[in-house]
Write a protein that binds this ligand. Structure first.
Ligand code: GLA
Length: 710
């Protein structure tokens, strides 16, 4: 039996590849070292499951587990030919290995199904797998599910994933891993504010920089599932795939279905697992180019109140403070005076914009900024000319409409005529205004979503793929055009959409206290340069809390920077302070957007700390944020992980620190310490008020292999 051992960046994947059964992963996790064939065979014998007390043969759990092997957990493939062939048996398998990619081509000769499995270990140590099913039978094959399963070695005890809601996305939740199934199913037709995002099985000591974590992410923006299963025999599996609605995929003879990529990120600590996603994304040829331009988005500045003079003033002030991309949000198209009408009518409204958007676009470009526009191409208001002309272009089941959400419905992009119409509109707008950027929004769930063009059948699967295609066609229309994936804020954050978009809007909540956690946990999947991170107004529009500019600006500092604030209401002093923050970000964005993200464990009560370390560890920026009033004072110390232990760093504040008490020595900017000491002992937290933070800049001053001495 063939074994294949892939190794990258401290990760090993050991695959068992029989010719009469589907491949199985025997080990996925910490690097096994450079094992020869004999050692690999001995190890495989150890790792193969043993028979339990019920079945006389060992129960194999392949990448797509089959019931025929005795597996009683969630099956990999569920489906049937009119009730037959419901339990697949892929017994003829051939393999191809290309570098660190294995392709298994399997057949179930009885059911006449073909299954191609692809597993690869990326140079970042990120594992990914997908499956393609082909129906070779004359009868149609109804596909209910096709999940990929990654076994977790050792004895994980904990589960960690994410939940959330509108304006409070990606909240971590942790629980014991016990026998049974922890199932996170999503039927929203979009990734969801409450998406699991990455589901980890982990050791009890898991932190950002410690413990072991095995994470699974399904890279898909439609319905999907993540699950963890622990069997009575003590095996732990992570599984996932697309969640198919009844009858959604019926393969006619010769037709195929392909799963989304299912990603596996192993890490010694959550930061290492996150870094595998980040490194994988950064290595893509289509990764957005640096530097990321500083954005001004008009939404919280003017909402639907589109007044040219005010917007021109906003553009002038934006340019003055250093903005590089001006984005006109919702409210510019036909009949769109509030959120109740107009979606679908993608023509500039002459009642508000008698000369089109040209006067604004001209000014924006004259000021040296790029121009971007908000659109919500997948949606339609019943109160629109489009809906009145084509009521059958709304996704619906039978005669009823899905329950309204934000007074809108979903446009059926699986209907070729509707797709062609919306594509024409998008391309026309891109061409007319030479758009640099589209904020592509998606503000409701797809529920009860059937397609009239397809006899009312469930349409989320086809709709999601149609959206991906549309995004690609629009992006291809103009070189350099970038697209932001927004969905009621951060409800479309997944690696599926990021194959077709250039950044995500993390949340509609810009309150820095909330953002500290939203950004921290969005970073579990995405590097900072892909996360839209704006400075909001003094009083948060979603929480009513008030915060200093310094705290808002420091919190947003690490991501794809921007502003979402009515600059026309600012004094010159405030504009000056804002300009300073933007200039500071520009000076450091090359580091922020290429470095390794570190989040600090064991911070004192009320304190959060995180940072970014340059790839060569020559410099780093950390933020220490005080989110609450600690019960003990002074607030203690934090360790700074991620630096080179043998390098001596000078530590200086990036902006003046607002200390309320005796300042730590490093605030003077004269302290120098080696990375080893900073990781082991760390620095004192300055005496900050709640809702204040300090940014620290560390720069290498010299190597010191023999220890630091003055
Ligand atoms: C959604 C987005 C916001 C804004 C509005 C416009 O809620 O998340 O950022 O664009 O739509 O209607």
């Amino acid at each position: 039996m063939h074994l294949h051992h892939f190794r990258a960046a401290g990760v090993s994947v050991l695959l068992e590849c029989p010719s009469d059964a589907l491949p199985a992963i025997l080990h996925w996790g910490r690097d096994l070292g450079p094992l020869g064939a004999g050692a690999l065979a001995d190890l495989a014998a150890e790792l193969r499951p043993r028979s339990d007390q019920t079945v006389e043969v060992p129960i194999r759990t392949a990448l797509v587990p089959e019931s025929r092997t005795g597996w009683t957990g969630l099956p990999g493939l569920s489906g049937h030919h009119h009730g037959e062939h419901w339990s697949p048996a892929f017994t003829a398998v051939t393999y191809e290995v290309d570098g660190q990619r294995l392709t298994a081509t399997a057949t179930d000769p009885h059911a006449r199904l073909g299954l191609t499995l692809t597993v690869e270990l990326d140079p970042s140590g990120l594992l990914r797998a997908r499956a393609e099913l082909r129906n070779g039978h004359d009868l149609p094959y109804t596909l209910d599910a096709l999940n990929l399963v990654l076994p977790v070695p050792g004895n994980p005890t904990d589960l960690l994933d994410q939940a959330g809601r509108w304006s409070k996305e990606r909240i971590p939740q942790r629980r014991p891993l016990t026998v049974g199934t922890h199932l996170r199913e999503n039927r929203r037709g979009r990734t969801g504010a409450d998406a699991a995002t990455v589901l980890f099985a982990a050791t009890a000591d898991l932190g950002f920089g410690r413990g072991q974590a095995w994470g699974l992410h399904v890279g898909f923006s439609g319905n999907h599932r993540h699950y963890a299963e622990r069997t009575a025999t003590g095996r732990t599996m992570l599984g996932g795939g697309e969640l198919l609605l009844p009858g959604e995929v019926i393969l006619e003879s010769g037709q195929t279905y392909r799963t989304p990529w299912v990603y596996g990120a192993y890490g010694h600590g959550l930061d290492e697992a996150a870094r595998r996603f980040h490194d994988h994304l950064r290595a893509r040829p289509g990764h957005p180019p640096a530097p990321r331009p500083v954005v001004l988005n008009t939404w919280e500045a003017v909402y639907f109140d589109h007044d040219l003079d005010r917007l021109l003033d906003l553009a002038d002030r934006a340019a003055r403070v250093g903005v590089e991309r001006f984005v006109l949000d919702d409210g510019w198209f036909l009949g769109r005076r509030d959120d109740g009408a107009g979606l679908g009518d993608w023509y500039v409204d002459p009642a508000v914009w008698p000369d089109g958007l040209h006067p604004l676009v001209k000014r924006v470009r004259a000021l040296g900024m790029e121009f971007g526009l908000w659109m919500e191409p997948e949606m339609i208001n019943p109160d629109s000319d489009l809906a009145r002309a084509h009521p059958d272009w709304i996704l619906r089941t039978g005669d009823r409409l899905p329950p309204p959400a934000r007074r809108q419905q979903v446009l059926d992009l699986t209907n070729p005529a509707a797709y062609a119409h919306i594509k024409e509109r998008l391309l026309a707008l891109v061409a007319e205004y030479d758009l640099d950027f589209i904020k592509w929004d998606h503000n409701r769930d797809l529920v009860d979503a059937g397609s009239a063009a397809h006899a009312g059948r469930a349409a989320v699967h086809a709709q999601t793929h149609a959206v991906y295609r549309l995004l690609d066609e629009v992006r291809a229309a103009r070189p350099g055009l970038e697209i932001e994936a927004c969905s009621s804020g951060g409800a479309r954050v997944d690696l599926g959409i990021l194959q077709h978009a250039d950044r995500v809007w993390a949340s509609d909540c810009i309150d820095p206290v909330e953002r500290q956690d939203i950004l921290r946990w969005t970073a579990q999947l995405l590097p900072p340069e892909l996360i839209g991170s704006h400075i909001g107004s003094g009083r948060s529009h979603t929480t009513g809390r008030r915060h200093d500019l310094a705290f808002r600006a420091a919190t947003a500092f690490f991501g794809h920077y921007g502003i979402e604030w009515d600059l026309t209401s600012l004094t010159d002093a405030e504009l000056g302070e804002l300009a300073e923050w933007i200039a500071l970000h520009k000076r450091h964005r090359a580091l922020l957007h290429t470095g390794a993200v570190v989040r600090v464990d064991d911070t004192p009560e009320g304190v959060r700390a995180h940072g970014v370390v340059a790839p060569d560890a020559s410099q780093a920026i950390y933020e220490i944020a005080m989110l609450d009033r600690p019960a003990t004072w002074p607030p203690g110390t934090i360790r700074l992980p991620g630096l080179d232990p043998d390098t001596v760093y000078r530590i200086s504040p990036l902006m003046p620190v607002a200390s309320h008490g005796a300042e730590p020595a490093w605030v003077s900017g004269r302290l120098e310490l080696p990375g080893s000491a900073l990781a082991a002992a760390g620095l004192s937290v300055p005496p900050l008020f709640p809702d204040q933070s300090a940014l620290l800049h560390l720069t290498a001053v010299r190597q010191d292999r023999d220890g630091f001495s003055t």
